[in-house]
Design a binder for this molecule. Structure first.
Ligand SMILES: [Zn+2]
Length: 171
């Protein structure tokens, strides 16, 4: 049993290594669950669509399963995200920022950006998605800039993918 598992992991690593050197590989699919997202489901779908329209190596798909990669909930605090590993974690659509007038699609896309491995880049201009609230309330841009897009593409084309997949298989 242990040997068979090890073999499967090694096979995954080998396949992904081939992908890194240039062989075409399928986008990694991450599921997200909006059961606790209250009135923000359409905004979060819009934020997920931004990523699906702007990167190729990862795809976000909505699910009702509680075993989703990303659990998204609404609460009264500030928006935030907690990643357990690349592509996995929890997002809070904090009402406090929404009540202050920050754009909901930008909030959702920004928090999903954290799950996709991006850090905050604050302060920063409105053209940067990861500048977050530092770009001010009038900023409604939900689209990552070229550097943010390419960093996510790299995250999901490289060895970080192997580490995540191996960890899940072992559990
Ligand atoms: Zn942030």
């Amino acid at each position: 049993m242990f040997l068979r598992k090890t073999t499967a992991v090694l096979a995954t690593v080998a396949a992904l290594s081939i992908g890194v050197v240039g062989t075409a590989q399928a986008a990694r699919t991450l599921t997200y669950n909006l059961s606790g997202a209250a009135q923000y489901t359409a905004d979060i779908d819009a934020g997920a669509k931004v990523w699906n329209d702007n990167v190729q190596n990862v795809k976000l798909v909505k699910t009702t399963s509680t075993r989703a990669n990303i659990i998204i909930v609404a609460d009264d605090g500030w928006p935030r995200a907690q990643t357990t590993s690349l592509g996995n974690g929890r997002v809070w659509m904090g009402k406090q920022a929404i009540d202050q007038g920050y754009n909901k699609t930008r909030i959702a896309a920004h928090e999903l950006g954290h799950i996709l491995g991006l850090p905050d880049i604050k302060p920063g201009p409105c053209s940067s998605l990861m500048s977050g609230a530092s770009a001010g309330v009038p900023c409604t841009n939900p689209v990552p800039n070229a550097a943010e897009k390419s960093r996510v593409e790299r995250n999901f084309a490289g060895t970080a993918v192997v580490r995540t997949a191996t960890f899940e298989d072992a559990a």
